[in-house]
Ligand binder design. Structure first.
Ligand SMILES: [Mn+2]
Length: 367
């Protein structure tokens, strides 16, 4: 049962492009996710699925940097189409699941989500799961590739055609964002992240406090009026388990950490939209990265020891567990995905929490 997921019909929107990336191949991502069974996985969660097929747009001209950007016009065209497609699904009360495509498509997708929330007076929280901060601008980007700039564009720093794509100027405010898993930031970009006050939970933070506390802080403040958007760059994952991306960075979250991350997002019950980006089948091994991504999406949609978690959450919501058994994190074998960590973690959302801003800027504080 997934009663806590508010939207029961998911819409798959394929965006087969790699115009924002340096390596070619992310344009094959949508089909790889379908081959890995994303539709069936969502159906298994008890949801309905409508596959809208793929958007169409310009091919990859393999051009050089021009005026600070590579392929700006192509990126604009893809993002305009995607904006309209995502907005239409949200207006019909469906959960858009965008199958990328490189990460530049986060601009159109999240601009539409932000417009939807603005028009309905909903709060928006964007979780950016990524090895990179994606906060470059033309002035500081080493490459001009727009897949390194979507966070900046969404926050108002970028070409006007992209910044204003959803009608809001800017689409989102930095304080609505949480970046998780970051471990590769260009020097100028890091200064800009710091200057704009982005809340970054980098890998050092995850090493030090663990994924559980990291996600607890990243999700703090989400309530029943919050639309939660997840922008899942597959390079978030450690390349040992997810080799099929163009910009691998060693030292990412493990299988278990990634599962826990997704399960804790599911526990909020507020997931409203999702992008899966940067999957590159040309670099994958027997589609294993796509298959892993699909497993994580199942967790994100509520697959896990949900009944037990919810029971423990209710128990914990009345106050800290008094019995030592309840306080101890337990490990049980799960027939589907090996070990699941369970314990009184589900009660964390019942604890009063502030927004927690400014406490984990490790990448930046070391500057
Ligand atoms: Mn990215």
């Amino acid at each position: 049962m997934i009663a806590r997921v508010p939207v029961r019909t998911a819409s798959l929107i394929g965006v087969p492009t790699d115009v924002g990336a340096s390596a070619r191949g992310a344009s094959m991502g949508p089909e790889a996710l379908r081959v890995a069974g994303i539709r069936e996985a969502i159906l298994h969660r008890g949801m309905q699925v409508i596959d809208r097929g793929n958007l169409s747009g310009p091919g990859n001209p393999c051009g050089l940097r021009n005026g600070g950007y590579r392929h700006l016009q192509e990126v604009i065209e893809w993002n305009r189409s995607l904006h309209d497609a995502v907005l239409a699904e949200l207006a019909s009360n469906r959960l858009p699941i965008v199958l990328g495509g490189d990460h530049s498509i986060g601009i159109g997708s999240i601009s539409a989500v932000a417009r939807h929330c603005r028009e309905r007076g909903r709060k928006l929280r964007v979780l950016w799961l990524d090895a990179h901060a994606d906060f470059n601008t033309a002035a500081i980007s080493p490459s001009g590739n727009l897949h390194g700039m979507p966070v900046a564009c969404l926050c108002g720093f970028g070409p006007p055609e992209l910044v204003a794509i959803g009608g809001g100027m800017p689409a989102i405010r930095p304080e609505w964002l949480r970046l998780v898993g970051v471990r590769s930031v260009d020097a100028e970009e890091a200064r800009f992240v710091h200057e704009q006050g982005l809340e970054v939970f980098d890998m050092r933070c995850i090493d030090e406090i663990g994924m559980r506390e990291t996600m607890s802080q990243a999700l703090a403040g989400i309530d029943g009026q919050t639309h939660l958007h997840v922008s899942f760059d597959v390079d978030f994952l450690d390349p040992q388990i997810a080799p099929g991306v163009g910009t691998t960075v060693m030292g990412g979250p493990s299988w278990r950490e990634a599962q826990l991350c997704m399960e804790m997002i599911a526990d909020t019950g507020q997931l409203g939209s999702l992008d899966i980006v940067e999957l590159n089948p040309a670099l994958d091994v027997r589609n294993q990265t796509a298959a892993f991504a699909v497993e994580l999406i199942e967790s994100l949609l509520g697959k896990a020891t949900l009944v037990r978690r919810r029971a423990m959450g209710r128990r914990h919501a009345r106050g800290p567990a008094k019995s030592p058994e309840l306080s101890r994190v337990q490990r049980i074998d799960h027939p589907d995905a090996g070990l699941f960590e369970v314990g009184p973690v589900a009660g964390r959302h019942s604890q009063p929490m502030d927004e927690g801003r400014g406490s984990h800027h490790a990448v930046l504080d070391r500057l």
